[in-house]
Design a protein around this ligand. Structure first.
Ligand SMILES: [Zn+2]
Length: 413
């Protein structure tokens, strides 16, 4: 761990500790340097913004060295996303401002696609006369901009600020960042562009990473690559009878029959399963024909041992190919034990949401908005494709998603 990581980690703990009790964090390191007017302007603006319908979090921090801007971009955007995640609101507004005579700020509107920066929210916000805003003006301006962006309202005009006591327009910025004087205009231009570029690139990466959340799952292609149509025909051939009276073999055969009934139910309820907009039917067929193959192999084996031979499916994306393992997944205050593949576990370890199987929110309405399949209330969701209960048993109990109540597969054996 580098010194930067350690210091950012400490700052993160201070900010999170304060945000647990209120919307405003003022770093104790800079607090004595704030004037009463600055302090009250920031408090008032934060308090007002917090009444406008969105969770709001503001942090006043010490100046962050220019060479740490990449880390600072990632740090602020990640922390903003974390706060969004914690509030559970559709949109959360998060503002970081370096408390200096020229306040460099990062304001985020965070929704489930990740943090976004409003169009006219410059990190080094200038006034209508081109002067960099001090913190007592920058914070109210950025909060107004964030609220307007979140509501879809017109963004506010630049504030009036024309410091008579600053001889050089850019002097306060130079002083604030410690950049050597020489060609102030050139340096400020380069620095501002770089900062804007770095942040935009990072935020874009973040939003691209979560783009899958906005669309229904359409890939990977499963029908041809896994020969699902002939596999369905094969799986529906009579399930072999065990050659001995051994109970465990008859249990395997009973399960094989339940799997067959589940396949029949899905294909009957959704004759278009192979090209339905709802990818979950294809993933269910894939899971069931794989289970069928494993059960057929087991029933004819000398010493059947189902624990090792039956396939398990990734909870987040059942068609994932990598081996799965059982993990404890913390989710809004609860812990679920699920099967997840290596790719998804690596995403979770890195603090990202794994790419989920996205399906229409209403299984009866293919054009409804995309949600992770496990947010629905149907057989796929409640089985977790095997993480919680066997898929074929959930289909027997609850019917096929999107088929109404009439497509039950009948009594379970
Ligand atoms: Zn996975």
């Amino acid at each position: 761990m580098t010194t930067t990581d350690r210091l950012l980690g400490q700052l993160r703990d201070r900010i999170r500790g304060a945000w647990d009790t209120g919307p405003l964090f003022v770093d104790p390191i800079i607090e004595p340097g704030l004037t009463d007017r600055q302090r009250s302007a920031v408090e008032t603006a934060t308090g007002e913004a917090a009444t406008l319908g969105f969770p709001v979090f503001v942090a006043l921090v010490p100046p962050i060295g220019y060479r740490y801007q990449d880390e600072w971009d990632a740090f602020t955007a990640d922390l903003a996303y974390e706060m969004f995640d914690q509030t559970g609101a559709d949109t959360t507004l998060v503002l970081f401002s370096e408390a200096e005579s020229a306040a460099r700020s990062k304001g985020y509107v965070v929704d489930e696609n990740g943090p976004a920066v409003p169009p006219n929210s410059d990190q080094l916000q200038v006034s209508s006369t081109g002067d960099f805003l001090p913190v007592e003006l920058a914070v109210p301006f950025h909060l107004t901009t964030l609220v307007a962006a979140a509501k879809g309202d017109p963004l506010p005009p630049l504030p009036d600020f024309d410091p008579v006591d600053v001889g050089d327009d850019n002097g306060d910025y130079i002083e604030a960042t410690g950049v050597d004087r020489g060609d102030p205009d050139g340096i400020v231009f380069a620095a501002t562009s770089l900062a804007a570029l770095g942040l935009t690139a990072w935020v874009l990466t973040r939003r691209t990473r979560y783009r899958w959340k906005a669309t229904l799952t359409t890939a990977p292609e499963l029908v041809r690559s896994h020969r699902l149509v002939p596999e369905v025909t094969r799986a529906l051939e009579p399930f072999p009878e065990p050659r001995s009276a051994d109970d465990s073999r008859w249990e395997i055969r009973d399960r094989g029959l339940r799997v067959q009934r589940a396949i029949e139910a899905i294909t009957a309820a959704h004759p278009d399963w192979a090209k339905s907009p709802d990818h979950s039917h294809r993933q269910a067929i894939l899971a069931l024909v794989r289970t069928d193959r494993a059960l057929r192999a087991l029933v004819s084996r000398d010493r059947p041992s189902s624990a090792e031979a039956l396939p398990a499916f990734c909870y987040f994306f059942p068609a994932h190919e990598k081996p799965v393992e059982s993990i404890a997944w913390k989710q809004s205050g609860t812990v679920l034990t699920i099967d997840a593949c290596r790719t998804c576990i690596a995403d979770l370890d890195a603090g990202h949401d794994p790419v989920c199987l996205m399906v229409p929110k209403n299984p009866d309405a293919p054009s409804s908005s995309p949600v992770p399949y496990f947010r629905r209330d149907d057989a796929y969701a409640l089985s977790g494709f095997g993480s919680f209960t066997a898929l074929e048993d959930a289909i027997a109990d609850l019917g096929v998603p999107g088929a109404g109540a009439t497509m039950r597969t009948g009594d379970r054996r």
